[in-house]
Design a protein around this ligand. Structure first.
Ligand SMILES: [Zn+2]
Length: 250
């Protein structure tokens, strides 16, 4: 059976000296793995299309055992992202996270379009990689059913003074509940509103905001723990490398 689909490459594995197995995030079909025969040869037409986070229209032969890539029309290979080590690492993380959290055989058109948007924004340098990471992680959590409660205290429903967060219980706590129950991480005054904004607003519009690095860093650390607790996200190689890059910048 022949299948033509828009897709973004989430993962690549060398199969042999000449072939690559790619995992594609198809907009309408979810995750698909397919063999790109001869793609390791630099002169192969499939070579450029078999690299991480390439976005294109993939023509596939779907078989009982293996699927094969017949041809690809590359829409965007995001070359400018590949020229910058930090952007490259963030983009690699976005596809690594997607591959990890997206269930098999499940289409998720919204997540596909957000992934495409964050790659676009990274390419055009509309926002820093760390901010886009926070945006993508929050939207992933939302779309996969792990949306953190950020607008009302998970204990009493109070909508004011949401200065604490319980990662285990997946939401914010008001100051009095947190102090009475002696639980929650102190997140300060602005973070719950900022996370609500990111959860509700379009990615492209979010890139127009000027958000202090201090808050981005706080959300980044909080979300790393949140993803670990709720989704079982491990320490990806790309994340470890990002930590090294961040330390070098400090
Ligand atoms: Zn409360």
């Amino acid at each position: 059976m022949r299948l033509v689909t828009s897709g973004i490459v989430l993962k690549t594995v060398k199969l042999s000296d000449s072939d690559i197995l790619i995992t594609l995030f198809s907009d309408k079909h979810g995750k698909i793995t397919a063999v790109a025969k001869g793609a390791r040869n630099a002169r192969s037409k499939l070579n450029a299309a078999s690299q991480l986070f390439v976005y294109g229209e993939y023509s596939l032969s779907m078989g009982a055992k293996w699927n094969y890539v017949n041809s690809v029309e590359v829409y965007d290979a995001y070359y400018t992202i590949r020229e910058d080590l930090e952007s490259l690492t963030y983009a690699s993380y976005f596809v690594e996270l997607t591959s990890f959290v997206l269930p098999e055989d499940t289409a998720n058109l919204k997540l596909f379009s957000i992934l495409k948007n964050v790659l676009e924004c990274l390419k055009d340098q509309r926002a820093g990689g760390r901010f886009l990471k926070v945006v993508y992680e929050l939207k992933c959590l939302d779309l996969l059913g792990y949306r953190p409660e950020t607008t009302a205290c998970i204990q009493c429903g109070n909508e004011e003074q949401l200065y604490f967060m319980s990662i285990e219980e997946g939401g914010v706590l008001c100051e009095s509940c947190a102090l009475n129950l002696k639980k929650g991480l102190k997140i300060g005054k602005k973070l719950s509103r900022l996370m609500t904004l990111i959860l509700n607003e379009d990615t492209i519009k979010l890139c127009q905001l000027e958000i202090n690095d201090f808050y981005v860093e706080k959300m980044d650390i909080l979300l790393n723990n949140y993803l670990k607790h709720h989704v079982g996200v491990k320490r990806f190689k790309s994340i470890e490398f990002l930590d090294t890059l961040n330390i070098l910048k400090e």
